[in-house]
Design a protein around this ligand. Structure first.
Ligand code: COA
Length: 260
C-alpha cells in the first residue's frame, strides 16, 4: 500500500501503521484520516494479519491532534461534519474492527491523537508519552469521541478534570488511571507491543473478533451487552476454530486455528 502520510508494514502476522507527518507532529489532517481508513480496511480484510499496531513516526509524538490549521476557518456546519466524518471513517471504524488494534503511544497523544489511541482496543505507552485533550484551550471540545471514551476508560471525574484543564498527564499517571495498560522505556515500546501481539496471535482470530464485538456492545446505547455476548458465544460454537481449539485441548496439543 502506498500512502503519503502513513507507512504500513506487515511482518509475520503483525501489521504496523505509522502515522508519518513528523514535521507536524503527526497531526491528523483529512488526507491522513482517509489513508488510515483505507489501511485499516485493507489490513482487516487480510486474513494473514492477526494484530494491527498503530504508532507515530519520530520520538516526539504519537499524534499531536487534529490538524488545527485545517479546521481553523470552519463554521458550525463544517465543524459538525468534521467530527461526524472523522468518527465514522476512523475512530468508530477502528473501535469496531474485528482485528485487534493496539496503540503504541510514543510521545504526545493530544486531542485527536489521544482519541485515536482510545479508539484502539488497548494502549501501551513509552515512558516519555504525554496525553491530554486540550481542545477547550482552542475554544472547541473533543470531537472524535473523546468526551465519551475518556470517561469510559478513566471515570467521569478524572475525564472532566482532564478536559476542563486541557492539561497533559504523564504515562505513569495514565497507567495508574487505566488509560494505558503498560508503560515501557520508549526504546522498547514497539518490541514490547509486538510481544503482546504475539500472545494474541496464538488464539482464535474468530473468537477474538467476536469478543471485541461483545465487549463493545456493552458501551452502545440501547444495546444489551449480555444478550450480545450470549449470541456471540453461541455463534462461536459453529466455527472451525472452536472445533480445533477444543480438539487440540483434548488431544493435549497446541491449537492451530484456521481462522474460520
Ligand atoms: N495541528 C497542526 N499542526 C500542529 C499540531 C496540530 N495539532 N500540533 C503541532 N503542530 C505543528 C506545529 O504547528 C509546528 O509546525 P511548524 O513547525 O510548521 O510551525 C510543528 O507541528 C511542531 O510543533 P511545535 O508546536 O513547534 O512543537 P513544540 O515542541 O513546541 O510543542 C506541542 C509541542 C504538542 C505541545 C504543541 O505542538 C501543541 O500544543 N500542539 C497542539 C496540540 C493540540 O492542541 N491538539 C489538539 C488539537 S484539536
Amino acid at each position: 500500500m502506498a500512502f503519503e502520510n502513513i507507512l504500513t508494514e506487515t511482518d509475520n502476522g503483525i501489521a504496523q501503521i505509522t502515522i508519518n507527518r513528523p514535521t507536524k507532529l503527526n497531526a491528523l489532517n483529512k488526507d491522513t484520516i482517509g489513508e488510515l481508513h483505507e489501511a485499516f480496511k485493507v489490513l482487516d480484510a487480510d486474513a494473514t494479519v492477526k494484530v494491527i499496531i498503530v504508532t507515530g513516526s519520530g520520538e516526539k509524538a504519537f499524534v499531536a491532534g487534529a490538524d488545527i490549521a485545517e479546521f481553523a476557518h470552519f463554521g458550525v456546519e463544517g465543524g459538525e461534519r468534521l467530527a461526524a466524518e472523522g468518527q465514522a471513517m476512523l475512530f468508530d471504524f477502528v473501535q469496531n474492527l474485528g482485528t485487534p488494534v493496539i496503540a503504541a503511544v510514543n510521545g504526545f497523544a493530544l486531542g485527536g491523537g489521544l482519541e485515536l489511541a482510545m479508539a484502539c482496543h488497548f494502549r501501551v505507552a513509552g515512558d516519555n508519552a504525554k496525553m491530554g485533550l486540550p481542545e477547550v484551550s482552542l475554544g472547541v471540545i473533543p470531537g472524535y469521541g473523546g468526551t465519551q471514551r475518556l470517561p469510559q476508560l478513566i471515570g467521569k471525574g478524572r475525564a472532566m478534570e482532564m478536559i476542563m484543564t486541557a492539561g497533559m498527564v504523564t504515562a505513569e499517571d495514565a497507567k495508574a488511571w487505566g488509560l494505558v495498560n503498560h508503560v515501557v522505556p520508549q526504546s522498547e515500546l514497539l518490541d514490547f507491543t509486538k510481544g503482546i501481539a504475539a500472545k494474541i496471535m496464538k488464539n482464535s482470530p474468530v473468537a477474538i473478533s467476536k469478543a471485541i464485538k461483545a465487549v463493545n456492545a456493552g458501551y452502545e446505547a440501547g444495546v444489551n451487552g449480555f444478550i450480545s455476548e450470549i449470541r456471540a458465544f453461541g455463534e462461536a460454537f459453529g466455527t472451525e476454530d472452536f472445533k480445533e481449539g477444543t480438539t487440540a485441548f483434548i488431544e493435549k496439543r497446541k491449537a492451530n486455528f484456521p481462522g474460520r
